[in-house]
Design a protein around this ligand. Structure first.
Ligand SMILES: Nc1nc2c(ncn2[C@@H]2O[C@H](COP(=O)(O)OP(=O)(O)OP(=O)(O)O)[C@@H](O)[C@H]2O)c(=O)[nH]1
Ligand SMILES: [Mg+2]
Length: 686
C-alpha cells in the first residue's frame, strides 16, 4: 500500500522540472551524510560512502576531506520515482557557509538538518532567519535520531519554535527500543514504521505505549493545519476525523507555500527516514517558479558560483530557468553577451557532459569567462542583472608572503581565482605596509584557503598577523637645522635648512609652508626640502608614520656650485628627523567601532570580553531586529580584534558575530606603547 498521492497544483504542475533542494543547518549535523544517503536511497550511487571514511560523494576536495567537514558547497543530483532533484549541500561551519548563500537563493526548498539535541537547537537560528528573509520553504530534518534521549524531540521543537517565523509541524514521533530510537510514527498517516538500513522503513503495528502521545501530537499537527484550512477547522470543531487525503494535501500546500515548517526525524548513517524524506520532497517541494522570481530570472541561467576546483578548469555553476539551455547559446550578460560553453551535470567533483539542460537543472557551464557569481544571464529579450547577496563580515586577516619569491606571479593568479570562487574571501595590498593581506570570515576559513592555495596552485606562503597601522605624532613644537655638506673629489654636495614644526589637531594631516626671504633657499629647491621632510615622516622616531604636523621652512643657505635637489632633500630629511625626536613624539593606535550581535544572555559576557581587550563599551541593548538577541556597541583598539571572533563564538555556542570598522586614532601610552615601540624596533632594526 503506497501513501495517497496528494494533488497539489502548485507542485504537481511543475513536477517535470528538476527541483533544487538545499541542505542547510549548523556544522556537523550531517548534511553531507544526508546527501550521500539520499543519493544512495535513490540509487544514484550503489555504495553508501561516508564523510568519516573520506568516501562520500560530497566533500571530495582535499581541504574538506582533511577537515572531515564541508569547506565549499557540494552539488549533486538524483532521481526517485521519476522526480529529479538537484541537491546543494551547504557547509554549516561559519567560515564556509557563505559559499552557499547565492545558491540557496535559487533553491526551491531547504532541508534544515539539526542534531537531535535540544541544547544545540539555537545553532540553527541564523539559517532559519535567512530562510525566512528569503522566503524559501523548508523542512527540519532531525538527524542522528537513533541516539536521541527520551523527550529530546519534544524539547527540540519547543526550543526551535520561537526561532522560526512559521509554525513548526511535527510530522513524526520517535519509537524507542531501550536507549535507541529504532523507528517512528507518522502522525499524518497514523502508521508506525521500523527503520531498516539500506531499505525503506518497514511498517509495523502501532505500539500500544505510544498511542496516547500519538493522539496528542496528531491533534497538535491538525490544529496547525486548520489555521490555514477553514473546512478542516470546521471538521475538528465538530469532532469529525479528517480524511487522510485532505491532511496530506494541506501539508503539501502549506509547506510548499512556506506557511509552516514540517519537522521529520531520521538518521543519515542508517537510512532512517531517508526514503520518507524523498517522498516528502516529491510531494511538498515546489517547482522552480518561486526561485526564478526570487533571483529575477524568468528565462536564462542564474550563476551562483564560479569554481576553479575541478579537472575542467573554470566552471560557472548555476541554475537554468524557463526553458532549455544548449551549448553555444547566446545569453545576455551585464556587459554585452556571452556564449555558453559545454554543459555538465555535477555529482560532487564529478562532471558529466550534457547535451542540453532543461528548466530547473543545476549545472556547470564552461567558457563563461567574464561572468562572475550571483549574476543572471538572460535569454533573448531578458535583462541580465546582479543579485545582491549579504556576505558575512570578514573578521580574520593574515599577511602573506611567498616562501619562494619566484612564486609571486603564481600567487597573484591563484589569489584572483580563489577570490573569484569564494566571495567571502578578499585580497588586498596594503599601501602603507606593502603587505599582501587575505581577509576571510574567521581563522579557520583562512587556514583552509592557505591549504587550497598550496594544494591546488603549489604556492607555499608564510602567514602572520598583519601589522597594525600605528601612527605617531608630536606634543611640542621644535626648531631644527639640518645641514648636508660633503666635499668629495669633484662636485661636492651642499644643502642647509632650518625648519620649525608644530603639532596639528587630530586628523589634520600634514602641512608644509615656507617663510624664506631673500632667496636663502632658492625657490627651485624648496620642493626638494618638502620631499626630504616627507621622507622623514614615513618613519618617525618611534618607528611609525607621523601624522598631524605642520612644518615651516624658515631659513637656510646654499652653495652656488655644490647645492642640488638631492642635497636639499637630504638636509630636509635630517632636519625633520631631529626635530621630531625633540618634539615629544607619542604613539597613536587605530580604534575600531565594533558591533557584536549575541544571543540573549551572552551580551554582557561579550561586553566583558571587549573590556578585557581594552574596549570601551558604548551600549548593550536588545537587538533592533532579532528577537532574543542582544547587540553590544563598543570602541575597541584594533589590536584587540585578533582572536576576538573565536572568543565571542566560544562563549555563545558559536553564534555571536561582529562587524568592525576603523573609527579613529587614539593616543596610546604606558606599557602598551612601550611594547609596541619595542616590537617595531626589533622587527626592523634601523
Ligand atoms: N550517529 C550519527 N552520526 C551521524 C549521522 N549523520 C552524520 N553523522 C556523523 O556526523 C558527522 C558530521 O557529518 P557531516 O555529514 O559531515 O555533517 P555536515 O552537516 O555536512 O557538516 P559540515 O559540512 O561541517 O556543516 C560525521 O562524523 C558523520 O558520520 C547520523 O545519522 N547518526
Ligand atoms: Mg558537510
Amino acid at each position: 500500500m503506497g501513501s495517497p498521492a496528494p494533488q497539489n497544483p502548485a507542485t504537481r504542475a511543475a513536477s517535470q522540472a528538476v527541483r533544487a533542494v538545499a541542505l542547510v543547518g549548523p556544522a556537523g549535523t550531517g548534511k553531507t551524510s544526508l546527501a550521500e544517503a539520499l543519493l544512495h536511497a535513490s540509487a544514484a550511487i550503489s555504495r553508501l560512502g561516508s564523510v568519516e571514511a573520506g568516501t562520500s560523494v560530497g566533500d571530495a576536495s582535499g581541504e574538506a576531506r582533511a577537515r572531515r567537514g564541508s569547506t565549499e558547497i557540494n552539488v549533486m543530483h538524483c532521481e526517485s520515482q521519476g522526480d529529479r532533484f538537484a541537491l546543494v549541500d551547504i557547509p554549516g561551519g561559519p567560515g564556509f557557509a557563505a559559499d552557499g548563500y547565492a545558491a540557496l537563493t535559487a533553491c526551491d526548498m531547504a532541508v534544515v538538518v539539526v542534531d537531535a539535541v535540544p541544547e544545540r537547537a539555537a545553532l540553527a537560528e541564523p539559517m532559519l532567519r535567512r530562510l525566512d528573509a528569503l522566503g524559501v520553504p523548508h523542512v527540519v530534518f532531525v538527524n542522528k535520531i537513533e541516539n536521541a534521549r527520551a523527550g529530546a524531540v519534544h524539547d527540540l521543537v519547543a526550543t526551535l519554535q520561537p526561532l522560526s517565523r512559521e509554525p513548526l509541524a511535527l510530522r513524526q514521533i520517535p519509537l524507542r527500543d531501550g536507549d535507541k530510537v529504532t523507528g517512528y510514527v507518522d502522525l499524518a498517516l497514523e502508521r508506525a514504521y521500523r527503520y531498516r538500513p539500506g531499505q525503506e522503513s518497514e511498517r509495523i503495528a502501532m505500539p500500544g505505549e505510544v498511542v496516547a502521545r500519538e493522539h496528542e501530537e496528531r491533534a497538535h499537527l491538525l490544529e496547525t493545519l486548520a489555521d490555514f484550512d477553514d473546512a478542516l477547522l470546521e471538521a475538528l470543531l465538530t469532532d469529525q476525523e479528517p480524511d487522510t487525503a485532505t491532511v496530506m494535501a494541506d501539508l503539501a500546500a502549506d509547506t510548499a507555500g512556506n506557511k509552516l515548517v514540517p519537522v521529520v526525524l531520521g538518521s543519515a548513517l542508517n537510512d532512517g527516514g531517508v526514503f520518507r524524506l524523498l517522498k516528502l520532497l516529491r510531494h511538498e517541494c515546489p517547482g522552480p517558479q518561486a526561485a526564478a522570481a526570487r533571483v529575477g530570472c524568468d528565462s536564462g541561467l542564474f550563476v551562483f558560483k564560479i569554481s576553479h576546483g575541478g579537472a575542467m578548469g573554470r566552471l560557472a555553476l548555476g541554475r537554468v530557468f524557463g526553458g532549455t539551455l544548449v551549448e553555444g547559446e547566446e545569453l545576455a550578460a551585464r556587459d554585452g553577451s556571452v556564449r555558453s560553453g559545454a554543459l555538465f551535470a555535477l555529482q560532487g567533483e564529478k562532471t558529466i557532459k550534457l547535451g542540453q539542460a532543461t528548466a530547473g537543472d543545476v549545472i556547470a557551464v564552461a567558457k563563461l569567462d567574464t561572468v562572475s557569481a550571483a549574476t543572471v544571464l538572460a535569454r533573448k529579450g531578458g535583462a541580465a542583472r546582479a543579485v545582491a547577496i549579504d556576505y558575512p563580515a570578514r573578521n580574520a586577516v593574515l599577511a602573506i608572503v611567498t616562501r619562494d619569491r619566484k612564486d609571486d606571479v603564481k600567487l597573484s593568479t591563484a589569489l584572483h581565482r580563489l577570490c573569484e570562487e569564494d566571495r567571502a574571501l578578499q585580497w588586498t595590498q596594503d599601501e602603507a605596509s606593502h603587505e599582501t593581506l587575505l581577509h576571510g570570515i574567521n581563522d579557520e576559513h583562512l587556514q583552509v584557503v592557505l591549504a587550497r592555495l598550496q594544494r591546488r596552485y603549489g604556492v607555499a606562503v608564510e602567514a602572520k598577523a598583519p601589522r597594525i597601522a600605528y601612527r605617531e605624532s608630536i606634543r611640542k613644537s621644535a626648531s631644527q637645522r639640518g645641514r648636508h655638506k660633503k666635499q668629495s673629489g669633484g662636485h661636492g654636495q651642499y644643502g642647509d635648512v632650518t625648519i620649525e614644526i608644530r603639532p596639528l589637531e587630530r586628523g589634520e594631516g600634514f602641512r608644509f609652508a615656507d617663510r624664506i626671504t631673500g632667496g636663502v633657499v632658492p625657490k627651485q629647491w624648496i620642493p626638494a626640502v618638502e620631499l626630504g621632510v616627507r621622507d622623514a615622516l614615513e618613519r618617525g622616531p618611534l618607528g611609525f608614520p607621523v601624522v598631524d604636523v605642520e612644518v615651516t621652512l624658515v631659513d637656510g643657505s646654499y652653495h652656488s656650485v655644490d647645492s642640488s635637489e638631492l642635497a636639499f632633500r637630504i638636509a630636509g630629511r635630517m632636519a625633520m628627523a631631529e626635530a621630531l625626536a625633540q618634539a615629544a613624539p607619542y604613539l597613536l593606535e587605530p580604534v575600531a567601532r565594533v558591533t557584536v550581535d549575541a544571543p540573549a544572555g551572552c551580551g554582557s559576557k561579550a561586553g566583558s570580553v571587549l573590556s578585557s581587550r581594552r574596549g570601551h563599551i558604548l551600549g548593550l541593548a536588545p537587538h533592533p531586529e532579532w528577537e532574543a538577541w542582544e547587540r553590544v556597541e563598543a570602541l575597541l583598539p584594533e589590536a584587540g580584534l585578533a582572536g576576538l571572533d573565536a572568543e565571542l563564538r566560544s562563549l555563545s555556542q558559536g553564534l555571536a558575530s561582529f562587524v568592525a570598522a576603523f573609527d579613529h586614532l587614539a593616543e596610546l601610552g604606558g606599557k602598551h606603547a612601550e611594547d609596541v615601540v619595542k616590537a617595531a624596533k626589533q622587527a626592523e632594526p634601523a
